[in-house]
Design a protein around this ligand. Structure first.
Ligand SMILES: [Zn+2]
Length: 96
């Protein structure tokens, strides 16, 4: 369950529940394209008006700030005390 930091509100989000994998797709409005957003901050509609299911927090996990968590080279978050991090993971900094 990879996690990431929302570019708008700074909360921790799951890559499968927020706007992460398809962030560069051309069906997003230009002001959204390329950004990683939690389910609450992602737009409720695509550029063509199609509903996305976003626009509200999904409620599947508690909404909390990412500040202080570690960020790897893919933008995924890790808890500081998390064990079992694969050797391929390179920590590049700390979430704001
Ligand atoms: Zn957000």
């Amino acid at each position: 369950m990879p996690l990431f930091r929302c570019d708008t509100c700074g909360c921790v989000e799951n890559t499968a529940m927020g706007l992460f994998h398809d962030r560069d797709a051309d069906y997003w409005p230009e002001n959204v394209r390329g950004r990683v957003l939690c389910s609450a901050c992602a737009p409720a509609t695509r550029a063509d008006g199609q509903a996305t299911g976003y626009g509200a927090w999904h409620g599947q996990l508690a909404r909390r700030a990412a500040a202080g968590m570690l960020v790897d080279q893919r933008g995924h978050l890790w808890h500081r005390d998390e064990t079992g991090r694969p050797a391929s993971v390179q920590i590049g900094g700390e979430a704001r």
